[in-house]
Ligand binder design. Structure first.
Ligand SMILES: [Zn+2]
Length: 387
């Protein structure tokens, strides 16, 4: 990509590239049956830019044609008790604090439908669910027909859904034209008396501040701060009613309505400053992790814990030739026995840490530290968790 690209959120011509990586796997959650096909996975480039005006961060080199979110795509995190608890708390919040009842609920990117089942699965909520996701692999309807699934993307064509509330969790960061998605959500809600939208997505400020270099990867082409999310929703006709950080600060939870006024604080170059600071620190952070992994390797085998997007990005950056990391642990049984995209590291269940004699496992997300330690304790496995 040459020359300035317009910001997909505010159309400003000021985006500044602060991160470049070539030949990264395009899918982080598409796992493989053998190491050779894992290494041969399709690849693309990263050229992350930050908009000086609204603070939106996006991959200028992204090409949607390289990706396919079919039924073999598995990014479910519901095998983790901590993540399940997080999802349950969000559903409780919507049903109880936000009075989401008697509503037609549209979920864009519903995956297997875990969240929609919590919102509309019980008849006493009075809710109906409409779930869109090309990777949905379950039945077309559930909960006695109160929930219907559509195995396709939600596009402006679907605006006839006539929903009262739209829920969109961990989806908009995969969408190269988030304004188009926000406008489609508005159309889908336009006939409701109380139209509302609820969005959850990674917080780019958290990634930049903590220098989490493995949180930049191909699937996530659109990364938001509190302010760029507000800029997007305002441009699509929404007024933000609440924003907060959830899941240890990693995710941004945003609530908006179709009418009303919300005071707006422009980004004013704040995210760009963070992006420039990040760019200045990234190389040292990579070198530091290289040194740590080499040190751990001297003490014996090293595992990663977490074969999701974070683990895949980390392994591709720090151990592309499979010389330092023995295996990658994941609680998702569909991933075990298979291989990490790009590198071909084997994905195993946690009990293999004991069988393989692995003294150290690097946690890809410390939010799961307690539950992972509990599993090791329960099975008397002496692997040490590091992060
Ligand atoms: Zn912008």
């Amino acid at each position: 990509v040459s020359g300035p690209a317009a910001c997909p959120v505010c159309s400003s011509l000021t985006p500044e590239v602060f991160l470049r990586r070539g030949g990264v796997p395009v899918h982080q959650n598409l796992i493989f049956d053998d190491p050779a096909s894992a290494v041969a996975t399709p690849r693309g480039d990263l050229a992350f830019a930050c908009c000086q005006d609204c603070g939106f961060v996006f991959n200028q080199a992204f090409s949607p044609a390289l990706l396919s979110y079919g039924p073999s795509y598995d990014n479910s995190q519901m095998h983790s008790p901590a993540f399940r608890e997080h999802v349950r708390a969000l559903a409780d919040h919507l049903l109880r604090d936000r009075g989401l009842r008697g509503a037609r609920i549209l979920e864009v990117g519903c995956g297997r439908g875990d969240f929609l089942e919590l919102l509309a699965g019980a008849p006493d909520t009075g809710n109906l669910g409409l779930g869109f996701d090309p990777s949905h692999a379950g039945p077309d309807t559930s909960a006695d027909g109160r929930i219907r699934y559509f195995r396709r993307y939600f596009t402006p064509r679907e605006q006839h859904v006539r929903a009262d509330a739209a829920v969109c969790r961990h989806v908009i960061e995969h969408v190269p034209d988030p304004l188009e998605l926000a406008l489609a959500l508005r159309e889908g809600l336009s006939s409701s008396e109380r139209p509302r939208v609820f969005l959850e997505t990674p917080c780019v400020e958290w990634i930049l501040r903590n220098c989490v270099f493995w949180d930049f990867f191909y699937e996530h082409c659109s990364l938001f701060s509190e302010r760029s999310m507000e800029a997007l929703l305002r441009r699509a006709g929404f007024a933000v009613t609440q924003t907060r950080h959830v899941f240890g600060g990693q995710y941004l939870w945003t609530e908006a309505e179709l009418s009303g006024y919300s005071p707006y604080a422009p980004d004013g170059g704040r995210t760009l400053r963070l992006a420039r600071e990040y760019a200045g620190r990234e190389d040292a952070a990579l070198r530091s992790w290289e040194g740590r992994l080499a040190g751990l390797r001297e003490a014996g085998k090293v595992a990663l814990w977490g074969a999701g997007a974070k683990g895949a990005a980390f392994a591709n950056l720090l151990d592309p030739a499979c010389e330092l990391i023995e295996c990658v642990v994941d609680l998702n049984p569909n991933k075990q026995g298979r291989f990490l995209p790009g590198t071909g590291h084997p994905i195993v269940g946690f009990r293999e840490l004991g069988e393989r004699g692995v003294p150290n496992a690097v946690l890809m997300n410390p939010n799961y530290r307690m539950e992972n330690q509990d599993l090791l304790d329960r099975f008397d496995i002496h692997t040490k968790l590091v992060w």
